[in-house]
Design a binder for this molecule. Sequence first.
Ligand SMILES: Nc1ncnc2c1ncn2[C@@H]1O[C@H](COP(=O)(O)OP(=O)(O)OP(=O)(O)O)[C@@H](O)[C@H]1O
Length: 271
Amino acid sequence: MRYGTKDVLRGIDLTIRRGEVVALLGPNGAGKTTTVEILEGFRRRSSGDVRVLGADPNAPDESWRSRIGVVLQTWGDHPRWQVAELLEHMAGFYPNPRDVPTLLEELGLEREAGQIIQKLSGGQRRRFDVALGIVGNPELLFVDEPTTGFDPEARRNFHDLVERLRGDGLTMLLTTHDLHEAERLADRIVILIDGQIAAEGTTADLAEQARAETKVIWSEDGEEQVQYARDPSEVVWQLHKKFDGPIPDLQVHRPTLEDVYLQMVRAGEPQ
Ligand SMILES: Nc1ncnc2c1ncn2[C@@H]1O[C@H](COP(=O)(O)OP(=O)(O)OP(=O)(O)O)[C@@H](O)[C@H]1O
């Protein structure tokens, strides 16, 4: 993808399998929204091949559109409609929509069914955006920053909902800045930096690719000792021999997704 003379996506090669939940991570301006909008058919790519559910998103037909759900970052339309009213209206456009009262219950919005959309709180609004994205019972769901503004309970409920949707075979591509969320929800994480895929895989795969090291901590002569190692079992084995038994205050910390992600982002920054 090129805007004017600036290439913002540079040779992205990505396959997402049916039923997979993939999280797209990357710093601000990395190209996540551009990528997702191209896949959704909302933005025309400058070049390259794209297939989404077997079709080119540049030439979508109505049935293709009905198989795709989109949770946008903001939905500013229809502020005077009531929550259930707009969902029922939208459901009418799809051949096999979800049941609206059940959907409201799943998203903890049953008490807001008769509420005017304009009067929803920020978090309720976001949950309503999610409801709009899945009311058509899509096969593939794009979610941009799903839980921004959710309180912890709403976040937990959303994660439970994603688990259920995943159980039903829904394929999902989500962009998020919440690394715990990516780790919890995604089968695979794709890290996009400066318009290129810097790495992809599970958290463990990414740690391996970043050559991130595990932190081993123990006590010796009353002082905390720290050693970083790619193979902590070797360090623990050596310590066990040295102490001839249990290692005092032993802790082994595997690199988190946050450690790995920050390491990759910093490596991608201009020196
Ligand atoms: N319509 C546009 N015209 C020109 N440049 C654009 C346009 N839209 C996006 N860009 C540029 O493309 C790059 C990628 O933007 P994009 O919105 O895809 O990033 P992002 O990874 O989604 O960022 P964020 O996390 O901040 O939402 C940025 O440098 C941005 O300034």
